[in-house]
Design a protein around this ligand. Sequence first.
Ligand code: GLU
Length: 379
Amino acid sequence: MSTRARKSGDGVLAGTRRLIVKIGSALLVDDTTGQIRRLWLDAIADDVAALRRRGIETLIVSSGAIAVGRRHLGLTGRALKLEEKQAAAATGQIRLAHAYQDALGRHGITVAQVLLTLDDTEERRRHLNARSTLTALLALGAVPVINENDTVATAEIRFGDNDRLAARVAQMVSADTLVLLSDIDGLYTCDPRRDEAARHVPEVRGITSDIEAMAGEAPPGYSSGGMVTKLAAAKIALAAGCRMAIARGSGEHPIAGLENGARATWFVPSAEPLTARKGWIAGRLNPVGAITLDAGAVKALGQGKSLLPAGVVQVDGSFERGDAVLVRGPDGATLGRGLIAYSAADARRIMGHKSREIEALLGYRGRDEMIHRDDLVLD
Ligand code: GLU
């Protein structure tokens, strides 16, 4: 997809179906007062409302919990220990969520707070849970406002920066566009604050070592933000088939600005999100079990449908929800593979049954599909 404006009123976001906007603390929170910049946030909310009117599903990944919360706990003027940051985040996250609720509520938009840890996006069982919840929220018309669950995520298991968190979320929900709002309008050949010869890079099609060299070294003591984490985010996004922009966010209505041709760096993937997701399922994951289907189910899969429990005749191996399993035909021939929505034990209990019987059989209302069509790759 071309990233240039085509005709007037048809800007760079034309054709976008699912968009993630990442908002950093430096944009949202006033440095000196520790207060949320409400006018700026209201303007972003106006942009988001306009996107949704055009049918673009929008998710926000917002930082700012620590920056807002530290002031209320009197934690200013010095570097914070991890547990102090976590305490600050617990205080600030409530204020952050309320601010988004107010700003988007002006447009009658419901906000849903979603706090994630690294595990939620990487561990497959939780990945499926978070993906289903986020897609359900979007289907219900809500705007998810996502942050890292800072109060429980400790040093080894945290993202630490919302650039990569935003890219993981993009991958998880198969978003087609990710916009990182920043204090700079994109990637430069070298640091423009230090070198006059620095040139802006409008488009990147792969994160080569030359591109990585442009970001330079991470600043000492760096924990979040900077060009290094943005390129790390770009790698994740491109592998997921999601295009990504680094755009300046400091003015009001930065998304409308981007749409109207404001300068930015666009990272352009070679595949679409769903193709990339299927590539991930086909190539990266080791199947740990197998399910065998009846002829009717094989036919339904051939027509692009999801796999329902009714069409499963045999379950082999031991696996958990979210694991990759082989899918076999009645003669035992492998047809493909997919991420299964049930553990082996539960799959055995519900195989051959109608989806509406799942609750009576398992004691909980699981997914209707054994393998959703988005999670299925046929050979
Ligand atoms: N999760 C952190 C916060 O809300 C921010 C991480 C980052 O700066 O990217 O304060």
